[in-house]
Design a protein around this ligand. Structure first.
Ligand code: CAA
Length: 286
């Protein structure tokens, strides 16, 4: 089975988001090429995929055969040249503009001219990421949410240079994968993060000022506002480093003080307390 007009999709970066995206694509029947910078990172990425699909097997949501098939659709590699046969490549490397621009320059070199290049950036400018390529008409943003295998929303971002056909093809791929696309313009934080992160940042400010405890703020938002997770549980899931990066990018563009990162958030990131991925953030994850 292939989705829309894409049949072989590359994913660059197999961290939490990239591995989740690779899983979604492979579950949708697509051939996936997963690329990492070195063998160690590649094994970590494979581990994310094995754990996530293994959890589904344990819960009886996936058979072992289906898990094998899903993982079998993913070719793991450290060689960018292996992306040469892909008709779509999704970049999911850390949220640094210089790094993403370098990756895009390299993708432009190794990928077919008609391949669409997509960035999973959560807050950087897609236009700036597209600039080092000779194909800005075929560069889009495709923003998945964490955890990617579970969350339905995918924001599809076109720049002023993107040809509408590229946005439509990616949105139709997203729909075929059982996700819900929304098409948005190239503004920092797009729609969801622009609204969500002001709220998350304000929760850190409340904690810091002694307005309420971590647990009471989380309880207020789950029991009172019906959210699946309170803000501190959610920030620990997203990763505090990612939260800080998103807020910095939002603040740089909006100059809205709601986006000025709360000092406590910065302090935790500096101390290496990044949430679930490091074992401790606002909560201790043992
Ligand atoms: N990877 C894969 N699957 C996962 C998972 C993960 N990390 N976490 C949970 N799941 C799956 C579980 O396997 C389970 O699936 P089944 O029902 O098929 O067994 C399902 O999700 C529900 O999980 P749980 O029962 O363990 O837990 P839950 O009911 O509390 O749901 C949750 C967990 C889906 C994460 C839910 O708490 C939730 O929706 N939280 C809010 C998440 C959110 O807001 N994400 C957006 C963050 S912002 C962002 O990502 C943008 C950015 O750019 C930073």
């Amino acid at each position: 089975m292939t989705e829309g007009s894409f049949s072989r999709v590359g994913v660059v970066g197999l961290g939490t988001m990239g591995a989740g995206i690779a899983e979604v694509l492979a579950r949708g029947g697509l051939a996936v090429v997963g690329v990492e910078v070195n063998a160690e990172a590649l094994e970590r990425g494979r581990g994310h995929l094995e754990n996530s699909t293994g959890r589904a097997v344990k819960r009886g949501r996936l058979t072992e055969d289906a898990q094998r098939e899903i993982l079998g659709r993913i070719a793991f590699t450290v060689d960018f040249a292996d992306l040469g046969g892909c008709d779509l490549v999704i970049e999911a490397v850390p949220e640094r503009l210089d790094l993403k621009r370098r990756v895009f320059a390299e993708l432009d070199r190794v990928c077919r001219d008609d391949a669409v290049l997509a960035t999973n950036t959560s807050s950087l400018s897609v236009t700036e990421i597209a600039a080092p390529t000779a194909r800005p008409a075929r560069v889009v943003g495709v923003h998945f949410f964490n955890p990617a295998p579970v969350m339905k929303l995918v924001e599809v971002i076109g720049t002023v240079l993107t040809e509408p056909g590229a946005v439509d093809r990616v949105a139709s791929l997203v729909r075929g994968l059982g996700k819900t696309p929304v098409t948005v313009g190239d503004r920092s934080g797009f729609v969801a993060n622009r609204l969500l992160f002001g709220y998350l940042n304000q929760a850190v400010g409340m904690l810091e000022s002694g307005h309420a405890t971590r647990d009471d703020i989380d309880t207020a938002m789950t029991a009172g506002a019906g959210l699946p997770m309170g803000p501190f549980t959610l920030m620990d899931l997203i990763g505090l480093d990612t939260c800080l990066e998103v807020l910095e990018a939002l603040y740089a563009e909006s100059r809205d003080r709601r986006h000025a990162p709360a000092p406590l958030l910065r302090e935790l990131v500096t101390a290496g307390l990044l949430g679930r991925k490091s074992g401790r953030g606002f909560y201790d994850h043992g």
